[in-house]
Write a protein that binds this ligand. Structure first.
Ligand SMILES: Cc1ncc(COP(=O)(O)O)c(C=O)c1O
Length: 484
């Protein structure tokens, strides 16, 4: 357990443009008027409008009670009663530069004052600058960018490009994956969110990716897992008909479904299989692109160059919706004389792109990638690894940069998950109790099935990070109480 916070020895570069969240005693309404926390009228109005008129994602509408949020700054947000939460989930793992980053807010305000919108068939300065900056940090010959409104449509369009270029239709994707909520993207998804949307696109087939802790291949080492997972993938390609497979789409580090870091050689093997069978390799970096694991694009950590990379979330922290596909020259050139059949009214929206350009400036000025790697390896990894000695409910910890999973179990020997796969209601209650303990201690966690993920904003101060980890350490004693 971390019971002292010593920042004096910190060598982490600070993030000067994202000030620590100020002590707050109130919030500002949309007319600029200030209110003290505890203003029940304001909270009641927000809750009432929400419950009466807002239809929420992925939910039985009568069974939810969304928390009204009054304010956010840096790595913290506040409810209307003044409860502060350290955002260890970066909202939906999109808020890489934290709440209300002054540079991003200013960029959006300035762009709104200059040119708030312009349609995509015209050229625009911030759209072009953002595409140029993305191309500069993308690997290989990925030099052109098709902008979308978010991650799901980025995957839709990447698949559409792959199908058009190869003249094939089938796409292979992993079990334990999430690729988005729209029709192709949900078909690709390898988690229970797909089930209610079936029959989905029949030209998608799923395969098992590497996951050594629960190996589908009975592997005992990372090397075995790589070799067997690649053999399995090749079998799937052959049995599905290699000549029918347009693309393989893989989250470079699987996100919501477990922070599954690929073992050495796996992604290089995927690249090799794609080359051998003429298949387009799509890297879904919607969650891990733009710094989450300390790289611009996560593929850089594994020395592979895909044909297409999809991104969203961290490109501008979601201040204005934005996603896209980074396209290799080979695929982009195909469309030199063949029209690309796809588009969006808001493709490359100037407000979103202005926030994207500002994101690049902040990353470069404040050494964001370096601080992510430093905080991950110096602070998080040793701390949570030490919990394996003190918390019997912890089966495995894994991750990289500012992206980690704590995999909870009922029994370390059998690896029985802490709650069943896709648990709901009473079955999920133990995980709810652990999450509630975190929230009571002022940390907003990300939980999924039997895992808690650690994914704070990349600008989190070291002291905040240590405070949040200490709260999770304490909360895990709740989980230990369920161990058999
Ligand atoms: C890996 C991955 N791909 C795609 C998506 C879908 O992105 P969006 O919700 O912006 O459509 C997500 C969202 O969480 C994601 O994590």
């Amino acid at each position: 357990m971390t019971d002292t916070i010593d920042t004096s020895t910190s060598s982490a570069p600070s993030a000067p443009s994202a000030p620590a969240a100020p002590a707050r005693d109130g919030f500002t309404d949309r007319n600029g008027a200030s209110h003290p926390f505890g203003d029940r009228d304001a909270e009641t109005q927000v809750r009432s409008d929400d419950r009466s008129h807002v239809f929420h994602s992925w939910s039985a509408q009568a069974q939810i009670d969304p928390l009204p949020i009054a304010a956010g700054a840096g790595s913290t947000f506040w409810d209307y009663r003044g409860n502060a939460y350290l955002d260890f989930s970066s909202q939906l793992v999109n808020l890489n530069l934290g709440h209300q980053h002054p540079d991003l807010v200013r960029a959006i305000q300035e762009q709104a004052g200059r040119l708030a919108t312009i349609q995509p068939s015209m050229a625009n300065d911030v759209r072009g600058e953002l595409a140029r900056r993305i191309a500069r940090v993308a690997p290989g010959t990925l030099n052109r960018v098709f902008f979308t409104n978010g991650g799901a449509d980025a995957n839709e369009y990447a698949v559409r490009m792959a199908r058009r270029v190869t003249g094939r239709r089938k796409v292979l994707s992993m079990y334990r994956s999430y690729h988005g909520g729209t029709s192709t993207a949900i078909s690709l998804t390898g988690d229970p969110r797909r089930w209610a949307n079936e029959p989905s696109d029949g030209s998608v087939a799923h395969f098992f990716g590497p996951y050594l802790y629960r190996s589908a291949f009975h592997s005992t080492t990372p090397q075995e897992e790589t070799q067997r997972a690649l053999e399995h993938l090749e079998n799937v390609i052959v049995l599905e008909g290699a000549a029918t497979v347009a693309a393989i789409i893989i989250e470079t580090v699987v996100g919501t479904n477990g922070v599954l870091v690929p073992p050495p050689g796996y992604l290089a093997g995927v690249r090799e299989l794609c080359d051998r069978y003429g298949i387009v390799y799509i890297a879904d970096e919607v969650m891990v692109g733009f710094g989450r694991i300390g790289e611009w694009f996560a593929v850089d950590a594994f020395d592979v160059v895909p044909d297409l990379i999809t991104f969203a979330k961290g490109v501008n922290s979601g201040y204005v919706p934005l996603g896209g596909v980074v396209i290799s020259d080979r695929i982009a050139d195909f469309f030199d004389d063949v029209p690309f059949q796809g588009g969006l009214t808001y493709s490359g929206h100037p407000l979103a792109c202005a926030a994207g350009v500002a994101t690049f400036e902040v990353f470069e000025r404040d050494g964001i990638l370096e601080r992510v790697r430093d905080l991950g390896s110096r602070v998080i990894e040793p701390e949570i690894t030490s919990w394996l000695d003190t918390h019997p409910s912890l089966g495995e910890v894994r991750g990289r940069g500012l992206f980690w999973a704590l995999e909870l179990v009922r029994d370390r020997e059998t690896r029985e998950p802490f709650v069943p796969f896709n648990a709901t209601g009473a079955d999920a209650a133990p995980m709810g109790a652990v999450a509630a303990a975190c929230k009571a201690a002022g940390v907003w966690p990300f939980t999924h099935f039997n895992r808690m993920h650690i994914a704070p904003p990349l600008v989190i101060e070291e002291a905040e990070l240590r405070r949040g980890l200490a709260a999770i350490d304490d909360a895990l004693t709740v989980a230990d109480g369920y161990v058999r």
